[in-house]
Design a protein around this ligand. Structure first.
Ligand code: 5AD
Ligand code: SF4
Length: 463
């Protein structure tokens, strides 16, 4: 059956087939899930938010920490039961596993959870419709060879209606994979080596997003600031130059990018923060630890002092920038002294927001082979202390916004009448109380004044 016949068949049937996509993990998985859902809808699968309605359940998985990976198996256990109940009623259920667990575990997933019909790794999503078709014919599919062709070249572009329905902010993947090989991290193995999407493809997608009403684009990559490409002037461009170029697109009012590595924050990128009002003053720049000994063991290839000096340069270029970071407590060999160095670095930087985790030993990474693993108890204790400090800084940052006036992007209606929810330059949501003559529309960028600071949002009035 070719694709056209399949679409016709699905269209002709009373109830078209439906796909439920469950996403775990990072923003790149959110983006990938949307693209997979778009590709499947071209072959006759309508997306659904109700798992019970689905003919195909696709789990997009995360392998970064053990807990994230284990969630997949507990979800698959539930699907096994669901499939049995369905079978008793003569209805079928197909189960697919995508994402980093799929890439890392491949065949093992089907061995451990026979309910799974299809395993597909992140570099081969353009082959998903074909894989689903084969799985429907009873074949068990495992697609985890790194694709040589560019998946984005072969994935259908999201259509205007769908983009519109997803709102005024959007993700755009510009780079995938990682060559940094931090010794704790599975990403270089699950997502493969660094690949940059070509400039023309990125610009085309950004224009499409703008045309469908998107006002804010977040450029995504596991190592986004390692992006490089051929510029329109024939020279080699980095992320900085790309941002200057995208800032010229009409309709795109705000730009962000995530996640960056300190080693790839080059001068041009810092200049972009200085020069581009569209580039939002918020930067996620993970450091992981404040101890030089641990940073070395992590293969981060920078010291704590390098990181702090870098932050100073970025702040000099864009004084209102808010910083966010990632931290790991209890990396093998981490002593109390090393941990105190991390606390010291956090005090020196003063973060607006941060993510912190207990070290999770991942099979196949060099970190797992290191001596002197730290006990769970110590990891947890350090994490608790670190999080208390980070939370204090986050609260202080939010409180410092009180009475400030700044632009917010109106994203959606609020819970009550005459309320809207907007996004501040620092990502924090802002609940906006409007007046009858404001006439706010989703997608507007308006000036507000902060009247109150809540736990996870700011409250504002229009000015
Ligand atoms: N254990 C704990 N945290 C990890 N991260 C990556 N790998 C591990 C691991 N093995 C964290 C890092 C990274 C973020 C995405 O997840 O802080 O920046
Ligand atoms: Fe993982 Fe390090 Fe690459 Fe980030 S830079 S994805 S932590 S290996």
């Amino acid at each position: 059956m070719d694709q056209t016949t399949e679409i016709a068949e699905a269209a002709a049937s009373q109830t078209p087939r439906k796909v439920f996509v469950k996403t775990y993990g990072c923003q790149m998985n959110v983006y990938d899930s949307q693209r997979m859902s778009d590709a499947l809808s071209e072959s006759g699968y309508q997306p659904t938010d109700t798992i019970d309605d689905a003919d195909l359940v696709l789990i997009n998985t995360c392998h970064i920490r053990e807990k994230a990976a284990e969630k997949v198996y507990s979800q698959l256990g539930k699907l096994q039961k669901m499939k049995r109940l369905r079978a008793a009623k003569g209805r079928d259920l197909m189960v697919g596993v995508a994402g980093c667990v799929a890439q890392a575990e491949g065949n093992e997933i089907i061995r451990r959870a026979p309910v799974v019909d299809l395993v597909i790794g992140p570099t081969t999503y353009h082959r998903l419709p074909e894989a689903v078709k084969r799985a429907r014919n009873g074949e068990k599919i495992v697609e985890t060879e790194y694709a040589v062709e560019d998946k984005f070249e072969h994935l259908p572009a999201t259509n205007r209606e769908k983009t519109r329905s997803r709102g005024v902010t959007a993700f755009l993947t510009v780079q995938e994979g990682c060559d940094k090989f931090c010794t704790f991290c599975v990403v270089p193995y699950t997502r493969g080596s660094e690949v940059s999407r070509p400039l023309a493809q990125i610009v085309d997608e950004a224009r499409r997003l703008a045309d469908a009403g998107v006002r804010e684009i977040t450029l995504l990559g596991q190592n986004v600031n390692a992006w490089h490409g051929h510029g329109t002037d024939g020279t080699a461009w980095g992320l900085g130059e790309l941002l200057y170029h995208l800032a010229e697109i009409d309709g795109i009012e705000r730009l962000r990018y995530t996640t960056s590595h300190p080693r790839d924050m080059d001068d041009r990128l810092i200049e972009a923060h200085r020069d581009l009002p569209k580039l939002m003053p918020y930067l996620h720049l993970p450091v992981q630890s404040g101890s030089d000994r641990i940073l070395k063991a992590m293969n981060r290839r920078h010291t704590a002092a390098d990181y702090i000096a870098l932050i100073e340069r970025i702040r000099a270029a864009r004084p209102d920038i808010a910083l966010s970071g990632d931290f790991i407590t209890g990396f093998p060999g981490e002593t109390d002294r090393d941990f105190e160095d991390t606390m010291e670095l956090v005090r020196a930087v003063n973060y607006a927001q941060a993510y912190s985790f207990k070290y999770s030993s991942r099979p196949g990474t060099p970190g797992a082979e290191l001596p002197d693993h730290v006990s769970e108890e110590v990891k947890a204790d350090r994490l608790e202390r670190l999080q208390a400090l980070l939370m204090q800084q986050q609260t202080d940052f939010q409180k410092s916004r009180l009475h400030m006036t700044f632009d917010v992007l109106v994203e959606k209606p609020g819970r009550f009448q005459a309320q809207f929810v907007g996004r501040s330059p620092w990502l924090l949501p802002v609940v906006i109380e409007t007046k009858s003559h404001d006439n706010l529309k989703i997608g507007d960028i308006i000036k507000v004044r902060i009247t109150n600071v809540g736990t996870n949002s700011l409250h504002a009035e229009t000015v």
